[in-house]
Ligand binder design. Sequence first.
Ligand SMILES: NC(=O)c1ccc[n+]([C@@H]2O[C@H](COP(=O)([O-])OP(=O)(O)OC[C@H]3O[C@@H](n4cnc5c(N)ncnc54)[C@H](OP(=O)(O)O)[C@@H]3O)[C@@H](O)[C@H]2O)c1
Length: 322
Amino acid sequence: MQAIQLTELSGPDGVGLVEITEPSDPTQVLVDLHAAGVCFPDLLQTTGSYQMARELPCVLGLEGAGIVRHAPADSGLNRGDRVAVLTTAGGSWQQTVAVEPADVFPLPDAVSLTAGSGFLVNYLTVHFALDERARYRAGETVLVHGAAGGVGIAALHVAAALGLETIAVVSTPEKAAVAAASGATHVVLLDGWKDQVRQLTGGRGVDIILDPVGGDRFTDSLRSLAPNGRLVVLGFTGGEIPTVKVNRLLLGNTSVLGAGWGEYLRTNPGYLARQWESLYPLLESGTLTVPEPTLYPLSRAADALASLRDRTATGKVALALV
Ligand SMILES: NC(=O)c1ccc[n+]([C@@H]2O[C@H](COP(=O)([O-])OP(=O)(O)OC[C@H]3O[C@@H](n4cnc5c(N)ncnc54)[C@H](OP(=O)(O)O)[C@@H]3O)[C@@H](O)[C@H]2O)c1
């Protein structure tokens, strides 16, 4: 089967198309993938800057979607099922994967295989951030940085499904259009965003900020929170890891919270299944929607990664595997 392997830590050009042997473990679920998501951590792997570095050569990819070819008898899954999979240990940028039943998620008809290939990591991360970390309450407003990126778009969709208003912050008018099409209540451009947020909220500020970007906007984010506001740290695509002057937290009863979804799953068995139980009905009813990703052929995996590095990607990026 075809796969994309990372062979050297030279950035996106360190990946290449290879032929490898199909997995064949009868105790696991064998899934023929239609597509696989491209996540920011995949980009970080190509430079050795991800906290959970894999040994080279390795197949990248944390998620995908396809059709079950084989399932163990007691797994509750059947040959032919349409499923999304998490491959956090193994890699999904290959045509067939073998995964534990607990990492397989039957897709409702409303979610296509291509859309389903790239939503698990981001949707479950932002659901974790809003629900388990920020403890959102009805009527609250959520500001989303990097709102036209993979995590950002997921945040707009999940927040809307939970009945929360959103303010999307993006760097370009093109990205503003993407955020608006993804259901953002308001969209503001990065240049001058703090003043616009103040205006939009009548001076009060927002209740929750989801921040996958970090960098120099962090202090302005703290200034943009309403009393009892929560700023959730998700990542650092901006490169710089910000620091906090803690007197700012005291003044507004502000909380800065880390949200490391993968780590939380490792230390909280059963949480992933509970998350899926609460999100599945929303997906099935169409309350929570998943947009189609930008699909690259497998042969252009390096370009897909480069679009994240170069900040040109809008929405989710995925690789076609059929
Ligand atoms: N905590 C967790 O559990 C968890 C889970 C999944 C992902 N993450 C992290 O979340 C972050 C975002 O991932 P993603 O998939 O949304 O990435 P993405 O699709 O590439 O989007 C990231 C956004 O960051 C903004 N950005 C600002 N400065 C940037 C720069 N120098 N280079 C690239 N982008 C820049 C861009 O928005 P503008 O151009 O509009 O500013 C871009 O759209 C990553 O750090 C990832 O590792 C964390």
